[in-house]
Design a protein. Structure first.
Length: 154
């Protein structure tokens, strides 16, 4: 039996790993193409950010009690991370898309000479998550601690 002190850490890491690996078949389902790089990408379904922090919070709740101060701290932390993944990071990606489109439009007008490398740099636009992706990560993060608990907390 593994030491129970490792339960929250290993549960959170396993949840992050599973979420990242699940992005591969989900991507295939959506596009019909296998892309192993999805396992190390940000964005997509399910959110590994959401699954990681949710699994951490639930594991701490199972181990230390859902009325503990540590669970309260991790629950608040989880809410902040999920909000950020869904709103701040998602809209940052949308702003990158808009900026790149404006640069492309300006280049086509011929009015401006945009020859600096900064204008041609391709930036990643999928930084955050849609609400359903965050929710998928949340559900995964809820399940993993209950699967792992018998190994650590028996």
């Amino acid at each position: 039996m593994l030491p129970s002190s490792l339960f929250p850490l290993l549960t959170a890491l396993l949840s992050a790993f599973i979420a990242q690996v699940l992005k591969i078949p989900v991507h295939y389902y959506k596009t019909g193409k296998w892309d192993l790089s999805q396992a190390i990408s940000s964005g997509g379904f399910p959110s590994s950010h959401s699954s990681t922090v949710t699994a951490l919070s639930i594991a701490i709740g199972l181990q230390d009690g859902f009325n503990s101060s540590l669970f309260a701290v991790t629950a608040v932390f989880s809410c902040i991370v999920m909000y950020d993944a869904c709103h701040v990071r998602y809209y940052t990606g949308k702003n990158i898309e808009l900026t790149q489109e404006l640069i492309k439009d300006l280049q086509h007008t011929g009015w401006f000479e945009l020859d600096s490398p900064v204008y041609t740099e391709k930036l990643k636009t999928v930084l955050g998550h849609k609400l359903v992706e965050v929710f998928g990560g949340f559900i995964l993060g809820l399940l993993i601690p209950f699967v792992m608990a018998p190994i650590f907390l028996a």
